[in-house]
Write a protein that binds this ligand. Structure first.
Ligand SMILES: CC(C)(COP(=O)(O)OP(=O)(O)OC[C@H]1O[C@@H](n2cnc3c(N)ncnc32)[C@H](O)[C@@H]1OP(=O)(O)O)[C@@H](O)C(=O)NCCC(=O)NCCS
Length: 253
């Protein structure tokens, strides 16, 4: 490994690229407990930048959360740097029998905790949005989860936050179910897909993958209809922004 491929803390760079919105270079790397101060600062900056009505998009985590997070070698974090400054981050939570918490507020158990990989706290500094940096982090998360033998990719997103859940849809997760945060009644989409199915969709393309499955379209804010369809085995598979329609496919008959 060449010296220049390592940051001063010896974390290995996963990917480099050029931002779309400027010509600056970005670096993506795994970050560890030595970054906790920067992680907390970015989290606070983003929380402060969100308008009051969007503050529920993120759950601000205390320092102790990150200290505990890094105690398990199953847990990871991805960071993106521009000019040595942390400008985006994601938490990868991979529960174990000793630390079984999934962090999911209202989602049924779908399998053994040791088969799950959950991404949370996905944050991009407002100055750097629109560069698909979330998509970059989701791609890397899926690679890490797959390499570490996790079977299921899971995330939770406020339903009012299409900027986030649409990226998960584009990366071939489905809207599996709707949950409610008991603390403040916020409506949440539970996003899920097995990593095997994600890989198959990448190979075949989502259109061919879903093939002849029955499909229905409903308004993106019609949660009643979405819930009804979900009880019949439908899941959200894509979103058409121009006509505000969510396409749902029936997985179970
Ligand atoms: C959600 C978030 C992580 C997306 O990151 P990103 O790297 O900008 O994502 P992308 O570049 O792929 O853009 C995603 C969408 O946001 C839109 N977007 C781009 N720039 C934006 C900006 N400055 N402000 C708001 N939205 C913007 C894009 O148009 C895109 O929408 P589209 O899919 O309809 O085209 C980022 O907006 C963010 O940190 N938001 C606040 C925290 C949050 O909501 N986190 C998600 C928790 S689950």
């Amino acid at each position: 490994m060449h010296k220049e491929n390592k940051m001063k803390n010896s974390s290995i760079i996963i990917k480099t690229g050029t931002l779309r919105t400027s010509d600056s270079e970005f670096l993506i790397q795994e970050i560890d407990a030595s970054f906790i101060d920067q992680i907390l600062q970015l989290q606070q900056d983003i929380y402060d930048s969100l308008p009051e009505e969007n503050k529920s998009f993120i759950l601000v985590k205390p320092k102790s959360f990150f200290e505990n997070h890094f105690k398990s070698d199953q847990n990871k974090m991805i960071g993106i740097f521009v000019d040595n400054k942390l400008i985006a981050q994601s938490i990868i939570l991979q529960p174990t029998i000793d630390n079984p918490s999934t962090g999911m507020v209202d989602m049924e158990n779908i399998d053994d905790v040791e088969s799950l990989s959950i991404i949370e706290g996905v944050l991009v500094n407002p100055e750097f949005r629109g560069n698909s940096l979330m998509e970059e982090m989701v791609t890397i998360w899926l690679d890490i989860a797959e390499k570490m033998g996790r079977k299921h990719a899971i995330a939770e997103v406020v339903t009012d936050n299409p900027f986030s859940w649409n990226v998960f849809l584009k990366k071939n997760l489905n809207i599996h179910s709707i949950g409610i945060d008991p603390d403040d009644q916020t409506k949440l989409y539970n996003m899920h897909e097995t990593i095997d199915n994600i890989r198959e969709k990448e190979l075949k393309g989502p259109f061919n993958y879903h093939g002849a499955k029955p499909k229905k379209s409903c308004h993106v804010e019609d949660f009643k209809q979405q819930s009804q369809l979900m009880t019949q085995g439908y899941k959200g598979i894509s979103y058409s922004k121009p006509d505000s329609q969510m396409l749902m496919a029936r997985f179970k008959y």
